[in-house]
Design a binder for this molecule. Sequence first.
Ligand SMILES: [Zn+2]
Length: 375
Amino acid sequence: MTIDKERLIKEFMTLVSIDSPSLLERKIGDYLKHKLEELGFTVTEDDAGSKLGGNCGNIYGFLEGSTDMSPLLFCVHMDTVEPSGGKQAVLSSDGMIRSMGNTVLGADDFAGIAALLEALYTIKENKFTHRPIELLFTVAEEIYCKGAKQFDYTNIMSKEAYVLDLSGDVGAAAYQAPSILSLLIDVKGKASHAGFAPQEGIHAVQAAADAVAKLKLGKIDDITTVNIGLVQGGLATNIVPELCTVSGEIRSYSHKRAMEAAEEVRKQFERSAEAFGAKINFEVITNCQAYETPKDHSVVIRFEEACRTLNIPFSLLRTFGGSDNNVLAEHGITGIVLACAMNRCHSCEEYTTVEELVRIAELTRVLMTSEVNAG
Ligand SMILES: [Zn+2]
């Protein structure tokens, strides 16, 4: 065992104590820049912060390695979800690490960051031969990967990536993730006095309700879900509502199928609006695009071998959530998303364990030093 457990725990606890909500990643960004420079990385920060209205950009680091090995990219995100203000990690004697109970822990994604740093310390200390290593610490991942979308990938050398950002047992990896679309719909009717002249109005809420009632929602086929999550309309009890705004989401393992499902929603809203004499404005935003990494790809094989080396059960799964890996895939980088010692994420019950942190740090170290090259 080469991992320094005490150092790893201390690093994780320190990271957790740094507040880093989406678009306010400056403190953690500066902390990580300093750490990476100490480790010998060349570090740069892009202008994603100013472009997104945040205070920190994506941080990229490069560490030269053995020239006969292909470079690998490791990607984690620096932001955490709310509630996060003042979060502290509490370590119990049984090795469980939780928040104080009134915030998230931030193991998503600080467990991944701590694992990366510990792997690098270990490599440096032991002077292990390692690959050229590229690191990408993104901002604003929790708000639909906005940071990763701003990054300029033209200078990335790696063809393969490991994104440390998945819940579940260490050893699990996601090879497939969906397209996620947001739907923003305005149903525009006509206001009138509900008592004196209701006949002069066009009821936007009723037109919208008609459309929602007629939509197929939930799991509409084996690979696709449709949801309407938000309906807002009307101004007062005595006014026929002029406007109803409706928003929803579509997920599918097929981007084509997701776009078709969006079109079906649009058509239904058009039919309903027309029946009521209303009009619609329909907008589709692609938050992330589906990908599927072949199970026999070297990026998978290398991870499987690393798990075998460390005697950690390996499993491949599909996730129905997006991550920075969706964005990497769009830019021609083939990756998988690794479970990295985070559990019950996005809740105040979020936790990690010392054992799992050690496992993901070791796995990361093995990946960085593995001989399995890109196929
Ligand atoms: Zn995450």
